[in-house]
Design a protein around this ligand. Structure first.
Ligand SMILES: NC(=O)c1ccc[n+]([C@@H]2O[C@H](COP(=O)([O-])OP(=O)(O)OC[C@H]3O[C@@H](n4cnc5c(N)ncnc54)[C@H](O)[C@@H]3O)[C@@H](O)[C@H]2O)c1
Ligand SMILES: O=c1ccn([C@@H]2O[C@H](COP(=O)(O)OP(=O)(O)O[C@H]3O[C@H](CO)[C@@H](O)[C@H](O)[C@H]3O)[C@@H](O)[C@H]2O)c(=O)[nH]1
Length: 480
């Protein structure tokens, strides 16, 4: 029986390994982590991450051919194939701080593999890493090898949160990079055999190591660039009276462009886009490619601009101050169908409003009060370290209350912001919400999910990103 071990039981390690176990009953899969609380949760009825369909997959295989454990060394030493899916945060200090990837967790995993291995191993990079990481890992492993042979493969993950199970069941492609030697090709084939249990062969792409590593950074950069492009257009739409949804639709009809990923928003979030682009920028700079680095930097600058533009709209439209005013924030996760808040635009918007002394009442169906307080008090980049290393018991931001109901959040509020596109926000009773709010009652839709005409009819002053502006906003222009 082939044995797989995955180091890192997070958003990637957990779901990907659960799906491998589900699709390959003949393979034994162990997912290991240094975080005891995470592993305990994986072994309980309350999984540590919320992902539609994940519960069923885990329940089918757990205890049969899928195991979650903190016995990292034992499972690593027994495995034939070791996936490494640990955090690769942005460095917060030292050389390359604020841009380069911090490979501390990767390196410590590699050293541990070298220490405990007693048989030949295939080591698979699942984490997103800088180009040429495989070379560094190879050096660590071979310099400490004790006669054991290692093959390093790059097998980046392309799942998106909220649709992870669907993405893993039917991936657009599986990418495997390896050395162009007979041993490298044999390792590629071994991993291909795993995916071939359910992925059609023409969807499994094999490349050299560096192409695979770079393709992951490139894919995220392209995706994020589409969002920044449409968000840049949204600002121009507001200035000209065009409607960004109509523009996106018209542009996306061109089959060379395509309709997906063209929704204007308050900005992209999530643990990957910003981190991976910063990493790409750093690699370009290290290679003397300043123009290329500046090109990609602009994607992040536009994203930051979009978030601050949104805050400025709110403040300027409410007579240039939100001091002491209650603002209801509906949605805190970085997208719907996940409880993940890493790099969510809600953090920047909330911090911006708090900076102007607003009182916030936040509701998200999947995010806890503890998480929101932690996010609002954590420093940049701290969030992407293993949970047990993150700052504990944050000092609560007292101007923030977290409630479990949209009606409670909006009661007596001066304004409502929609920051996540949860379906339930579309069907709220907005007449009831309007009746219970201070007047004039404002709605700022950062996800373009509400029926603007209907809200205006009720009496709201509505701002919807990239849509023709209410006269109110034309009179109260946001300063850049
Ligand atoms: N989240 C996504 O949607 C996504 C998608 C594709 C790729 N990625 C990439 O995958 C990697 C992991 O992301 P994630 O979202 O799963 O992160 P995560 O923080 O959810 O999980 C990482 C886990 O690794 C564990 N860990 C760290 N060092 C360890 C060690 N030495 N030994 C054992 N366990 C260790 C941590 O405790 C943590 O539970 C990152 O490189 C990320 O960029 C993420
Ligand atoms: O048209 C769009 C599409 C997305 N978003 C936002 O962009 C962010 C990222 O969304 P999405 O890409 O769907 O989620 P992630 O889970 O971050 O997935 C991305 O990042 C992963 C980690 O690397 C990759 O594996 C995935 O392929 C890639 O889509 C979210 O805040 C979305 O709200 C928009 O604003 N407009």
């Amino acid at each position: 029986m082939v044995k797989i071990c995955c180091i890192g039981a997070g958003y990637v390690g957990g779901p990907t390994m659960a799906v491998i176990a589900f699709k390959c009953p003949s393979i034994e899969v162990a997912v290991v982590d240094i975080s005891v609380s995470r592993i305990t949760a994986w072994n309980s009825d309350q999984l540590p991450i919320y992902e539609p369909g994940l519960d069923e997959v885990v329940k089918q295989c757990r205890g049969k051919n899928l195991f979650f454990s903190t016995e990292v060394e034992r499972h690593v030493s027994e495995a034939d194939i070791i996936f490494v899916s640990v955090n690769t945060p942005t460095k917060s200090r030292g050389l390359g701080a604020g841009k380069a990837a911090d490979l501390t967790y990767w390196e410590s995993a590699a050293r541990m593999i070298a220490d405990v291995s007693k048989s030949n191993k295939i080591v698979v990079e699942k984490s997103t890493v800088p180009v040429k990481t495989a070379e560094a890992i190879e050096k660590i492993l071979t310099h400490n090898s004790q006669g054991i042979k290692y093959q390093i493969l790059s097998n980046p993950e392309f799942l998106a949160e909220g649709t992870a199970i669907q993405d893993l069941f039917k991936p657009d492609r599986v990418l495997i990079g390896g050395r162009e030697t007979p041993a490298g090709q044999k390792a590629i084939q071994a991993l291909k055999d795993v995916y071939a249990h359910w992925v059609p062969e023409d969807r499994i792409i094999t490349t050299n190591l560096w192409s695979a590593e770079l393709s992951k950074l490139a894919a995220n950069a392209f995706l994020a660039q589409r969002i920044s492009s449409v968000n840049a257009m949204s600002a121009l739409c507001e200035a000209t009276g065009a409607d960004v949804a109509q523009v996106s639709h018209a542009v996306g009809k061109d089959t060379r462009i395509g309709p997906k990923f063209l929704n204007a928003s308050v900005g992209f979030g999530g643990s990957c886009f910003q981190k991976d682009i910063l990493n790409l920028v750093y690699i370009c700079e290290c290679n003397g490619l300043t123009e290329v680095a500046n090109y990609w930097k602009q994607v992040i600058k536009v994203n930051d601009y979009q978030k601050s533009r949104f805050v400025n709209r709110i403040v300027s439209s409410m007579f240039n101050t939100v001091s002491g005013k209650k603002i209801a924030v509906l949605g805190f996760a970085f997208k719907k169908d996940t409880g993940d808040t890493r790099e969510t635009p809600a953090i920047d918007v909330c911090k911006g409003l708090l900076g102007d002394k607003a009182r916030l009442s936040i509701y998200d169906p999947q995010v806890t009060e503890d998480q929101i307080q932690r996010d609002l008090s954590m420093s940049k980049f701290d969030w992407d370290h293993p949970i047990h290393l993150q700052p504990m018991s944050p000092s609560a931001v007292k101007e923030v209350t977290v409630v479990w109901d949209a009606y409670q959040a909006t009661k007596n509020a001066h304004g409502v912001c929609i920051l996540t596109e949860w379906d339930e926000f579309k069907t709220l009773d907005y007449q009831k919400i309007f009746n219970n709010m201070q007047k004039p009652a404002f709605i700022f839709d950062g996800r373009n999910v509400l029926d603007v005409a209907k809200l205006r009819k009720i009496g709201f002053i509505v701002y919807s990103i990239g849509k023709p502006l209410d006269p109110w906003f034309n009179d109260m222009q946001a300063m850049p």
